[in-house]
Ligand binder design. Structure first.
Ligand code: SIN
Length: 562
């Protein structure tokens, strides 16, 4: 039996908690807000899997690798696409009711997919349906364990849930994760010991002022892992969803809407994507987001228009009830008029570097879901692969608890060591940074379009931002201070990573290096312990190319066979 601490309650965390409980481990699941609040809950489009006639794992693999702009780890992609269908069937067993029509489960088309293979639920409420089913499953497991403990039949095993509890830091002894320091709902810091910590804390949309993420997405897991010495990678690749509704709160307008036939127009009514890419509105997500950003620059910042009027009211309301409601709330009727849309921060391809079992470079620490960088998404994630990745790698992480205790698992990788003090050192109750200023800076300099000068200026500006005392008290101020420190640490790391990648690739586009360079199609691992490269030009810059046998099919086959 292993004491497993799972942090985060989106799809990845919930699957990890259920699987680890069912495997007989003693599991504690902690989450910063209430159990259902997570990025998963807001996912619309769906979950992609090659499980329909006419589709194949190979076709899904190829689409994923093509979208990833030369940076996917083919082994991780092979695992993702091969194990995806089984994990989707698991979700159905956990009670997710995917939409059906007379021919069976309905499948949608999204950008850069060569086949219609995206399952959805509640029309465009796929994430909410998955979250609800898994939350119910987790609560049932916890209740059952509680009764068994009360009756004396189960002393230690089973699942405990701690909501409104934030991860502050990981504890490390002798080079191994040994648990975590948590901020409880009482406003106090508590240490929790664990044999294994599984991070499932999601991304960091709060780095940007415009995001489709809920406010809990402040990168707590990546920041804590970074501070604990785990390697992180691909931080420069933040995916901007092309179409968020350009109203306060920037609600997502699913790519599935374009999959159904909606088109993008500039303010003159011109369908500009036809000029840009043969896939037009269904070009890879980074291409569409960049094209929209360019149109918006020409239009002096005015959003572009998503014209879904051709789809008809009936289809829009039936297939996209969530978006229809968001439009209505904003006073828009998308059945009769094009709606204003603009890119918004959506998904972080970078994160805690893991192997195909979710193991980080720090023994005892796993990362699954958006917090992880498995290599399955490369420089640009294929639509609807994120829920799939969460399900596949959370399941694998729990299976890996049986494997021999991992050491650093990236034989063949050389880690670039970087060092600086982190903002956590100066964080305490009542400290803050100007989060809005930080977000603006990130948007302007590390957004959809970037330049070397902008990144250099951002680097200087971020060095000047520090956590400062601010009058105020209470748990929320306390929590916000820790979030702010995480955001500042991650903003600096992201800018450094973006500065060091002197090319354009996938979601990372620099006007001073507008082309991709094959010799730079590599992932650089960063670990705390030296200067950030690029911050002052004198840092310990040792970017190393992966020498892992990424193309070795036997590694993939072994993984799949496990
Ligand atoms: C969407 O519905 O467009 C989002 C799907 C995704 O991010 O994969």
């Amino acid at each position: 039996m292993t004491r497993v601490l799972v942090v985060g309650s989106g799809l990845a965390g919930l699957i990890a908690a259920v699987r680890a409980t069912d495997a007989g481990h003693q599991v504690t699941l902690v989450t910063k807000a209430s159990l259902p609040e997570s990025n998963t809950r807001y996912a619309q489009g769906g979950i992609a899997a090659a499980m329909f006639p006419g589709d194949s794992v190979d076709a899904h693999f190829l689409d994923t690798v093509r979208a990833g702009a030369g940076l996917c780890d083919p082994v991780a992609v092979r695992v993702l696409c091969s194990e995806g269908p089984a994990r989707v069937r698991d979700l159905i067993r956990f009670g997710v009711d995917f939409d059906r029509d007379e021919s069976g489960v309905t499948r949608g088309l999204e950008a850069a997919h060569s086949r219609s293979r995206v399952l959805h639920a509640g029309g465009d409420a796929t994430g909410a349906a998955i979250e609800a089913a898994l939350v119910a499953t987790v609560r049932e497991r916890a209740a059952r364990a509680g009764s068994l403990r009360e009756s004396g039949a189960l002393a230690h095993r089973g699942l405990r849930i701690r909501e409104h509890t934030m991860l502050i830091d990981l504890t490390v002894r002798d080079g191994r994760a040994t648990g975590a320091v948590l901020l409880g709902p009482d406003g106090e810091l508590h240490s929790t010991a664990a044999d294994t910590v599984i991070l499932a804390t999601g991304g960091a949309g709060a780095l940007y002022p415009h995001t489709t993420n809920p406010s809990v997405a402040t990168g707590d897991g990546v920041a804590a892992a970074w501070r604990a010495g785990a390697a992180v990678a691909d931080l420069e690749f933040y995916q901007f969803h092309p179409t968020a509704l350009a109203v306060p709160g920037t609600p997502l307008v699913s790519e599935a809407v374009r999959g159904e036939g909606a088109v993008l127009r500039n303010v003159h009514g011109h369908r500009f994507m036809l000029d840009v890419h043969p896939g037009a509105e269904l070009a890879p997500r980074d291409v569409v987001a960049r094209s929209i950003a360019r149109e918006m620059a020409v239009q002096k910042g005015a959003p572009v228009l998503l014209d879904a009027t051709g789809l008809g009211r009936d289809l829009l309301e039936r297939r996209f009830p969530t978006i229809t409601a968001a439009c209505r709330e904003a006073g828009l009727d998308w059945a009769v008029e094009p709606i204003p849309v603009a890119p918004a921060a959506h998904y972080w391809m970078g994160g805690v570097h893991t192997d195909i079992w979710g193991r980080s470079s720090l023994p005892g620490l796993f990362a699954v879901g958006e917090v992880a960088r498995t290599g399955a998404h490369g420089a640009n994630r294929l639509a609807s692969n994120s829920l799939l990745e969460a399900a596949v790698f959370a399941d694998r992480a729990v299976r890996a608890l049986r494997l021999p205790a991992g050491g650093p698992v990236h034989s063949g990788w050389t880690v670039s060591t970087v060092q600086r003090k982190t903002e956590r050192d100066t964080t305490g109750p009542g400290t803050t940074v100007d989060r809005a200023a930080l977000q603006r800076l990130m948007w302007e300099s590390v957004g959809v379009l970037r330049s070397g000068d902008g990144l250099a200026a951002a680097s200087v500006a971020l060095e000047g931002m520090t956590m400062r005392p601010k009058p105020g008290s209470g748990v929320n101020m306390h929590l916000r201070a820790y979030e702010d420190a995480n955001l500042l640490d991650l903003a600096r790391a992201t800018v450094a990573a973006a500065r060091s990648r002197e090319e354009s690739r996938g979601a990372h586009h620099r006007s001073d290096f507008p082309e991709s360079h094959p010799e730079l199609a590599r992932t650089v691992l960063w670990r705390l312990g030296g200067e950030y490269p690029g911050t002052d030009g004198t840092g310990d810059v040792r970017t190393m190319q992966s020498t892992t046998n990424l193309d070795d099919p036997t590694e993939a086959e072994e993984a799949i066979a496990c």
